[in-house]
Design a protein around this ligand. Structure first.
Ligand SMILES: Nc1nc2c(c(=O)[nH]1)N[C@H]1C(S)=C(S)[C@@H](COP(=O)(O)OP(=O)(O)OC[C@H]3O[C@@H](n4cnc5c(=O)[nH]c(N)nc54)[C@H](O)[C@@H]3O)O[C@H]1N2
Ligand SMILES: Nc1nc2c(c(=O)[nH]1)N[C@H]1C(S)=C(S)[C@@H](COP(=O)(O)OP(=O)(O)OC[C@H]3O[C@@H](n4cnc5c(=O)[nH]c(N)nc54)[C@H](O)[C@@H]3O)O[C@H]1N2
Ligand code: SF4
Ligand SMILES: [Mo]
Length: 910
């Protein structure tokens, strides 16, 4: 009887009904009753089983990747039913470009695979909202797009009218790394002259040491080029958590015979698979690298031919002034960008080819044999070589002398230096984490020296900087308004530091004398060098703003001295703060106006950022949720309203230096006179105009899910069709000069700031850490496996794979000293701030450091007190140098990082 009745009921039940039933214990037990013979004719009809039968049905499959800053860039199939995304699955159809190299399939990670759930969670923004309470109070009113964009447009025009151009920050953060999403706000910023910070340095990802050496920090390996390396050393890098779809090439390289070494203070998820883990003391990487250099020189493991041709090591340096010998020293009106070798064949000085001052753009030595060592006299001036200077400096760093500092036994360094030097192809992998240490520039520079001495460049190895700058001219044209008008670009770390008045907090936090001893400068000297750099025009800084349009940027989560930074910025942009975002993140929370953006699966787009040659296509599998719109369309609407209102108010525009800010034509300009109105139009325009995409149509590309970039995609050199991409082959094989002052890999910098810091050649400095302030524990905060920064941090699937709330990692030994047990609540504090978290035991943690993965949203912490409140920060003055060859403000290439690991804390049970 019961069975009959239930079956009748179930027949008419809805999904919700079935859920309610499932909650009823007695009934659910019956429903799950095993059926002995599942093939029998008597098999009862059980409606709930249909859920499973229909689970793998859908209306359509679209294509997408994820547009945020994860550097993975993986093509997905997106399954849609009734306008809702049901699930996603790795596409796994990339071609194998070479039969001897493993393919790129399947690409993906656990976060991308749950986006179909996350995109419908409670923090998703669905409607345009206007603040009705105080900022941050959480009181909002829904508005129509038409009304809200009109109100914002009027406020933008007001700011122009009251303050003139240059008072609007229109910053796009790292959440928009796909082409159309990135181009939209940049194009807007170009038209209005908005301030845009460099996103690399804003987050601390720029490998400035690599730029200093190679003149290009973004010329690196595709991940498949790791496969044929026979020596790989990873430092400040945890690819098993942070390069999930690419890491397999490392471990496949190991099967292919490579030795893989991990240098990290903790036994991180990548160290566990390495042949050797070097448990370095936190922040000691420059000392370790210089001890490698020491052994390479002492044991004569270096390769003179490579050094002579590819590096500045044989360039002549004056003994009297310490400056490089320049043409201007010898010839009236001579260039200060021409330099000399001492030619052992002719026994005299020879001017270099290939330097910035030289007409002949080649590294070919052509019968010249430059001396690497010795002192010489040129027209009465005593000179020596850069290599002599390097040797003098390296002499200080015998592995026996640095062992105390690095924690690495001298014999280990000696053994590894030999293995590294003798490798056929050696790669030094530096995680982005290197840019977040004040001494990261020293690490990158010294590691470049290790490589240059041993002839590792091009196909024989080099520095892996985790990013390749592919050549996408039309993309830049779209973003930068045809190169006719530009945003007001600004160094990221420096811009935040200045605008956030962080120097006041740094002065309060750091001990001046200890800081100077550790990093080579104190806060007053740093201030002097900041002012000098801005004053000399080496780095641009645009001063206080009146309005802020923030796009895909979680600045109030990310910045250091967090709460004080936020208070300061909100005070500054009193007149207008618009946030364009997919979800209510910790920045959106404080806005005056919130404009809801389309998420990964809801807009047309393309993405090439990542280290492979595939441009993934986003085919807008579903329409945006609620009233959300693609970022491109939002900008179109905004410019339309600005144009309308400017015309109605009789405002034509403003002269901004040489550029006119034509508010009365801004919509026509933005949309190319109404031809590029939507996300689809912009995507299509890129596919049609980009030579690196070949002659594929968007329809074909969307069907397939990706475009294989052709040879045109390489900036420095063509992408080889059937080989992995190795950096600087154009230099090592084809003898094209590097984009550096001398045209060579650079190890001498006689810029005044480098001289002042005693860093004219690669050397070692400490980071600030506990020895530069009054708290005993150094603190570092790398990236988490279970989120991309703040994205997906509150997703239920991600939370249940970990402790489910903000946690620190602590050595059990330290914990015992402090009376802290695993899983207990602790307070972490210093004079900059405090926060509460769960303690998680991590036996490989050094006893003198605390680690916490960054990216939890402030509102996930107790009392909304985030980790970044305890993060004191600095600026590395070397990264502010300019007016010297390849050193000077360059977007994504040279300017100052925001540093993350300089502070120290104490911890106690809470
Ligand atoms: N899952 C996931 N993947 C991501 C991201 C994410 O948030 N989540 N973010 C992406 C982005 S934008 C970035 S920048 C990258 C960051 O990813 P990575 O470049 O890998 O950098 P981190 O995770 O910051 O730090 C890596 C490792 O550095 C080690 N380390 C810390 N201090 C030192 C030190 O002083 N010396 C040495 N030798 N090692 C040290 C730690 O062991 C840590 O595991 O990841 C990208 N990928
Ligand atoms: N202490 C410490 N701090 C750090 C680091 C560290 O290691 N330690 N690492 C630093 C690094 S390397 C990085 S990269 C930064 C990252 O920090 P953030 O720059 O803050 O990065 P996200 O959390 O990715 O923020 C991007 C925002 O974009 C939004 N978004 C996503 N997709 C879209 C879209 O399609 N359209 C729009 N309009 N918005 C979108 C998301 O809601 C998200 O909040 O953090 C830095 N901060
Ligand atoms: S989040 Fe990044 S790594 Fe993960 S699947 Fe998406 S694109 Fe790939
Ligand atoms: Mo990053």
């Amino acid at each position: 009887m019961l069975r009959m009745k239930r079956r009748d009921f179930l027949k008419n039940s809805t999904l919700v009904g079935a859920g309610v039933l499932a909650a009823d214990k007695a009934w659910s037990l019956n429903r799950l009753e095993p059926i002995e013979d599942t093939l029998s004719e008597e098999y009862p009809y059980r409606d709930w089983e249909d859920l499973y039968r229909r689970e793998f049905t859908w209306d359509k499959i679209g294509k997408a990747a994820h547009c945020i800053n994860c550097v993975g860039n993986c093509a997905f199939d997106v399954y849609v039913k009734d306008g809702i995304v049901l699930r996603e699955e790795q596409l796994a159809k990339y071609p194998q470009i070479n039969p001897n190299v493993p393919d790129a399939n399947p690409r993906g990670c656990q976060k991308g695979s749950i986006h179909s759930a996350a995109m419908y969670e409670g923090d998703r923004l669905r409607y345009p909202l206007k603040r009705v309470g105080a900022r941050g109070e959480g009181k909002w009113q829904r508005m129509e797009w038409d009304e809200i964009t009109e109100e914002i447009a009027d406020k933008i025009i007001d700011i122009f009218e009251k303050h003139g151009p240059g008072k609007m920050m229109t910053h796009t953060g790292s959440g928009n790394l796909s082409m159309v999403r990135f181009a939209a706000p940049y194009r807007f910023a170009s038209l209005v002259g908005g301030v845009q910070l460099d996103i690399f340095t804003d987050v601390g990802d720029l490998n400035t040491g690599a730029h200093l050496a190679y003149g290009n920090p973004l010329e690196s390996f595709t991940s498949d080029a790791w496969f044929d390396a026979d020596y790989i050393m990873m430092s400040l890098f945890n690819p098993n958590a942070t390069r999930i779809p690419d890491a397999h090439y490392l471990w496949e390289a190991k099967y292919n015979g490579a030795r893989v070494v991990s240098v990290a203070p903790d036994y991180n998820p990548s160290s566990i698979h390495a042949d050797l883990w070097m448990p370095i003391k936190q922040g000691a990487d420059p000392h370790l690298a210089m001890s490698f250099v020491h052994v390479i020189i002492e044991d004569k493991l270096y390769k003179p031919d490579f050094m002579k041709e590819q590096t500045d090591l044989p360039v002549l340096v004056r003994l009297d002034t310490g400056k490089m010998l320049r043409e201007a020293d010898l010839v009236d009106g001579g260039s200060d960008q021409n330099f000399y070798h001492w030619d052992t064949i002719s026994g005299g000085p020879v001017m270099l080819k290939g330097s910035m001052g030289s007409e002949e753009k080649t590294l070919v030595l052509d019968g010249v044999d430059p001396a690497l060592e010795g002192t010489f006299t040129v027209e009465g001036i005593e000179v020596t070589t850069v290599f002599e200077k390097v040797k003098q400096e390296a002499a200080k760093y015998a592995p026996e002398a640095t062992a105390e500092e690095t924690g690495i036994a001298a014999q280990t360094v000696r053994d590894e230096a030999r293995r590294f030097a003798e490798a056929k192809k050696a790669i030094l992998m530096l995680g982005f984490n290197v840019g977040r240490y004040s001494n990261g520039i020293y690490t990158g520079w010294a590691q470049s020296l290790m490589l240059a001495l041993t002839g590792h460049g091009g196909k024989t190895g080099g520095l892996d900087t985790s990013w390749i700058d592919w050549k996408h001219i039309p993309w830049l044209q779209l973003a930068l308004f045809g190169f006719e008008k530009f945003p007001r670009l600004e160094p990221g770390g420096l811009g935040e530091f200045q605008r956030g008045h962080m120097i006041e907090h740094a002065r309060e936090y750091f001990d001046a004398d200890k800081l100077k001893e550790r990093v080579g400068f104190n806060v007053d000297e740093m201030e002097e060098m900041i002012n000098e750099s801005i004053g000399e025009g080496w780095m641009p800084y645009h001063g206080d703003m009146k309005g802020l349009i923030s796009i895909a940027d979680n600045k109030f989560r990310r910045n250091k001295f967090a709460d004080r930074y936020r208070e300061r910025i909100l005070e500054e942009v009193e007149e207008l703060f618009v946030d364009i975002n997919v979800r209510m993140d910790s920045t959106a929370q404080w806005a005056d106006y919130l404009l809801p953006a389309a998420s990964h699966y809801e807009a047309w787009d393309l993405r090439s950022v990542g280290f492979h040659r595939f441009i993934n296509v986003f085919s807008r599998p579903v329409d945006p949720i609620g009233e959300a719109k693609p970022d491109w369309d939002i900008m179109v609407l905004l410019t339309q309203k600005i144009q309308e209102r400017a015309l109605a108010r009789g405002v034509s525009g403003y002269q901004d230096g040489d550029v006119s800010r034509d508010l009365h034509t801004i919509f026509d300009d933005f949309t190319m006179n109404g031809t590029i109105m939507t996300d689809y139009d912009a995507t299509n325009w890129l596919v049609e105009n980009s030579p690196e995409m070949g002659d594929v149509t968007l329809e074909e590309a969307a069907e397939k899910g990706f475009i294989v970039m052709n040879a045109e995609g390489g900036n420095n050199q063509p992408i080889p069709p059937d080989e992995p991409y190795n950096p600087f082959v154009a230099q090592t094989r084809d003898k094209k000069p590097y984009e550096t002052l001398t045209g060579r890999v650079t190890f001498y910098c006689d810029h005044p700031t480098f001289e002042r810091m005693g860093a004219v050649v690669p050397t070692a400095r400490h980071h600030a850490g506990s020895a530069a302030s009054n708290y005993p524990l150094s603190f570092y905060s790398p990236h988490t496996r279970w989120g991309i920064h703040s994205n997906w941090r509150s997703n239920k699937f991600m939370l249940r794979l970990q402790r489910g709330e903000p946690n620190i990692y602590i050595s059990p030994i330290l914990a015992a000293q402090k009376g802290i047990t695993d899983g207990s609540r602790v307070r972490i504090f210093n004079s900059a701030g405090e926060f509460f978290a769960q303690a998680k035991f991590y036996p490989s943690m050094p006893e003198g450091s605390i680690m916490m993965e960054h990216g939890w949203e402030p509102h996930q912490y107790e009392q909304m007190k985030p980790m970044n409140n305890t993060m004191a920060t600095l600026i590395q003055p070397l990264e502010l140098a300019g007016g010297w060859g390849h050193l000077g403000f360059k977007l994504f290439k040279w300017n100052a990082n925001q540093l993350a690991h300089e502070s120290s804390v104490d911890v106690e049970p809470a």
